[in-house]
Design a protein around this ligand. Structure first.
Ligand code: ADP
Ligand code: MG
Length: 272
């Protein structure tokens, strides 16, 4: 067994939804932290020029001098941009405001869709999971995340318009699959900011499950004030208030995700 596991081989997740404020960054930070708590080595890549994931881990401006912009646009090793966080086993590649120009610069660049994939390739052996926190758009940055990823995880806010825009997201993923990355899959959809006292939330949840089926995680992330407070302390909610319903939900989500992935990995092994 020991020889079978020579080094790691990271599974790369794009956490994406072109809508803003649906819980992408919160999910990248807290799912990443929950996975690291399971003794897995995790890298979060902050691909949003707004840099909320970097802020959420308490990074100062100075901590972001080296960020994803350079490897993506000018070339250079991502390895040199990796910074540790307060979470044991979890490292981060920060974003910076420079990245707001990257969308336009990528549009004119060669290999404009595959740059992140090439940049991350040398790191795959160092991590179990790489989570890419995407900006709220389906531009070249998110496209790069899709090309670089094995899977897409889509946070959906449990609100009336939850499904709006999803077909555009699906079409984009399908295009990436055809042109660059045939194995890209939507690994999961997670309902966020769920309020069980709100009847509309229930209706939205059952609509989403009916429309998308098994891809929707059983675990839902509740609306929880501790989740929204944590970033201002520069901490994942798991460190800020471990007992909160928000922290517990992300621990549960990580467990469900690992069970699903194990199920996939087991299938070919059993057949052979
Ligand atoms: P996105 O990255 O999709 O734009 P964020 O993760 O930044 O979304 O979340 C948007 C805002 O909602 C943030 O202020 C965040 O703290 C808050 N938030 C996210 N998830 C929850 C939740 N489950 N409960 C309460 N607030 C949340
Ligand atoms: Mg975000």
């Amino acid at each position: 067994e020991a020889t079978a596991r020579r080094g790691r081989n990271a599974r790369v997740f794009a956490i994406a939804n072109q809508k803003g404020g649906v819980g992408k960054t919160t999910t990248a930070i807290n799912l990443g932290t929950a996975l690291a708590a399971c003794d897995l080595k995790v890298l979060v890549v902050d691909l949003d020029p707004q840099g909320n994931a970097s802020t959420g881990f308490g990074l100062t401006r100075g901590d972001r001098k080296r960020n994803i912009y350079k490897p993506l646009i000018e070339g250079g090793a991502v390895k040199e941009c990796v910074v540790p966080t307060h979470v044991p086993g979890l490292s981060l590649v920060p974003s910076a405001v420079d990245l707001s120009g990257a969308e336009v610069e990528l549009a004119q660049a060669e290999e404009r869709e595959t740059r992140l994939r090439s940049a991350l390739a040398p790191l795959l052996g160092d991590y179990d999971y790489i989570l890419v926190d995407c900006p709220p758009a389906l531009g070249f940055l998110t496209l790069n995340a899709f090309v670089a990823s094995d899977s897409v995880l889509v946070p959906l806010q449990a609100e009336f318009y939850a499904l709006e825009g999803l077909s555009h997201l699906m079409r984009t993923i399908e295009r990436v699959r055809r042109a660059f990355n045939p194995n890209l899959e939507i690994q999961g959809v997670v309902l966020t900011m769920y309020d069980k006292r709100n009847n509309l939330c229930d209706m939205v949840a059952s609509d989403v499950r009916e429309y998308l089926g098994d891809v929707v995680y059983d675990t839902v992330i509740p609306r929880n004030v501790r989740i929204s407070e944590a970033p201002s302390h520069g901490k994942p909610v798991l460190l800020y208030d471990m007992k909160s319903t928000g922290a517990q939900a992300y621990i549960k989500l990580a467990g469900e995700m690992l069970r699903r992935l194990r199920g996939q990995a087991d299938a070919p092994a059993m057949a052979s």
